[in-house]
Design a protein around this ligand. Structure first.
Ligand SMILES: Cc1cc2nc3c(=O)[nH]c(=O)nc-3n(C[C@H](O)[C@H](O)[C@H](O)COP(=O)(O)OP(=O)(O)OC[C@H]3O[C@@H](n4cnc5c(N)ncnc54)[C@H](O)[C@@H]3O)c2cc1C
Length: 383
């Protein structure tokens, strides 16, 4: 039998952030993951400066390992099939990373013991402890296993269909036929109902193309049409060289998952916290991982559901989870949304101030309380 104080199920950004903080506090942490790291994750690989600050990430050290770090100074935005507008902030406002590198780096940096290539198949409570796969005993289990996390399933028996974002992407080396997206200003293409968008992003010598939509029944057809639009524009003349990879996840506004139980809590996609409307999930994963670690340290050696309840309250405040409050609120008619989308995308000011600064970059969202310095980013962030 393997023993540990805290077993973290999933070594993505949520799990490694939580692990890192717990290890720093002297806890005995084991991260278990069904994949063997380095592993890839279906993702565009775009992170905002808030992620860098929350992780206290030394970008020079990151780049010095030869890992991809593409600064973005702005975006080109428009409607699917419509004209593009460039908004350049004149400074780095985001970064492109590759998840096969980033997640591995964070997990190594956490200092936690890692058990890779091991799916969690069974989970039960026994004499005040968790028993996992009949061979690991832990006082605490943190569900960081993404949307289909086994701990999330254990805490949340099925109760009807959840409103998910479904998304597909493909990442590949810049083809010989070229890619006309400027590396510093990735493309974002919106559907008129504002229920999703497509992207085309350069990250060093790689390109990532994809699209995600809320409540979408036929994403593959939508993605094919989007890729055809890119080819028609001449942005990716050679087309897409391979298979799309897809995944689903929840947004903070519509998640209704229970986050805590005796000796257990959920973080990241397992909790369903990606930020609407951009779908930025890495920031939510990192922040919830750190908040969970603080709650566990605070609860000390008595991590009952009551002692962990402040974590659920912090998450509700920080991520504005409000599924209950939204229930029964009538949807805005589609013609109004369509008209608003046109106004938004055609206005230079609204595109910059609302679409990009508020919805995508969260520029006015406060840092976590203990990361409030807003210190300038390290040198590797410079263009
Ligand atoms: C197409 C697409 C594009 C996206 N683009 C972006 C983006 O550009 N920027 C952004 O911020 N967010 C993006 N997101 C969202 C982002 O990828 C997620 O929100 C983020 O990865 C969540 O991190 P996490 O640590 O909670 O989960 P994950 O990163 O999914 O990590 C979960 C880990 O748990 C492991 N695991 C799962 N099941 C088990 C099991 N049974 N036993 C053991 N281990 C298990 C997995 O192997 C995995 O390593 C995108 C999502 C999609 C689908």
């Amino acid at each position: 039998m393997i023993r540990c104080e805290a077993l973290i199920v999933g070594g993505g950004p949520a799990g490694s952030s939580c692990a890192s903080r717990l290890v720093a506090a002297g806890r005995d942490v084991l991260v278990i993951d069904k994949a063997t790291f380095p592993r890839d994750k279906v993702c565009a690989g775009w992170i905002t400066p808030a992620v860098v600050r929350a992780l206290a990430l030394d970008l020079n050290a990151y780049a010095a390992e030869g890992l991809t770090l593409q600064p973005f100074t702005g975006f080109r935005t428009g409607a699917v099939g419509g004209a593009l507008r460039t908004t350049d902030f004149g400074e780095t406002v985001s970064y492109g990373i590759r998840r096969c590198e980033f997640d591995d780096y964070l997990l190594r940096r956490s200092g936690a013991r890692v058990l890779g290539g091991t799916p969690v198949a069974t989970l039960r409570r026994e004499r005040g402890e968790w028993v996992v796969n009949d061979r690991i005993r832990a006082e605490i289990v943190v569900g960081a296993g993404g949307h289909f996390c086994p701990v999330a399933r254990h805490l949340n028996p099925p109760r009807g269909r959840e409103r998910v974002v479904v998304a597909q992407e493909i990442e590949f080396p810049v083809p010989a036929s070229g890619c006309l997206v400027p590396a510093a200003t990735p493309d974002l293409y919106f559907w008129p109902d504002l229920m999703g968008y497509g992207w085309c992003v350069r990250k060093g010598d790689h390109v990532n193309i994809g699209a995600g939509r809320l409540d979408c029944d036929d994403l593959p057809a939508t993605v094919r049409a989007f890729a055809a639009d890119l080819a028609r524009r001449g942005i990716l003349p050679g087309g897409v060289p391979g298979k799309w990879k897809g995944h689903a996840y929840l947004l903070n506004r519509t998640t209704a998952r229970q986050l805590v139980a005796d000796g257990a809590l959920l973080v990241g996609d397992a909790a369903g916290l990606a930020l609407a409307p951009s779908g930025e999930g890495i920031l939510a994963a990192v922040e919830s991982g750190l908040l969970a670690a603080e709650a566990l340290i605070e609860a000390s050696d008595r991590p009952s559901a009551d002692a962990l309840a402040p974590y659920a309250d912090m998450v509700a405040r920080r991520f504005e989870t409000r599924a209950e409050r939204l229930a029964g609120v009538p949807a805005v008619p589609s013609w109004i949304v369509g008209a608003a989308a046109q106004v938004l995308l055609r206005s230079r000011w609204l595109t910059r101030r609302v679409l990009l600064e508020d919805w995508f970059l969260h520029r006015r969202r406060p840092q976590l309380p203990w990361r409030s310095d807003n210190a300038p980013l390290p040198a590797a962030a410079a263009d």
